[in-house]
Structures are given as C-alpha cells and as structure tokens.
Ligand binder design. Structure first.
Ligand code: SF4
Length: 67
C-alpha cells in the first residue's frame, strides 16, 4: 500500500519543524510526500503524485491545519 503524507508547508516556524518530521518518514516508495498546497492550485504534476497513493495522512503543526 502506498501512503501519502500531506504535511503543512512551512508557512511558519512550527510548520518547518512539522515538514522536517514528515520527511523523516518519507521513503519515496511506500510512504510519499504530497505537496498539499499544489492540490488546490491545480498543479498537475503534484496531483499525479498524490493520486499514486491509496491512503493519506495529514500532518499539521497547529489547529489551523494547513495540511
Ligand atoms: S498548520 Fe499551523 S504549523 Fe502548520 S504551516 Fe499551518 S499555521 Fe504553520
């Protein structure tokens, strides 16, 4: 099973830490990084990467939940 991690995207200092933690788990095989800000912007390459996954984990650094 392929799992995509959507972490918040470094828009604040806590987001930087959250993104670094997310990347500690990414192996670009079964666990992949999904650039969550690219999805609402309609960036096709990022959407294609996201669609390659079957399940997703959103990882947020605070209650604003950018991811
Ligand atoms: S979810 Fe919170 S910690 Fe993460 S980027 Fe957004 S504001 Fe920053």
């Amino acid at each position: 099973m392929k799992i995509g991690i959507l972490s918040c995207q470094e828009t604040c200092n806590v987001g930087v830490m959250t993104n670094k933690i997310a990347y500690a788990f990414v192996n670009n095989d079964t666990i992949n990084s999904v650039r969550s800000l690219g999805l609402p912007l309609g960036i096709q390459s990022m959407i294609a990467v996201a669609k390659a996954n079957e399940k997703f984990i959103a990882l947020n650094g605070c209650e604003i939940r950018c991811g």
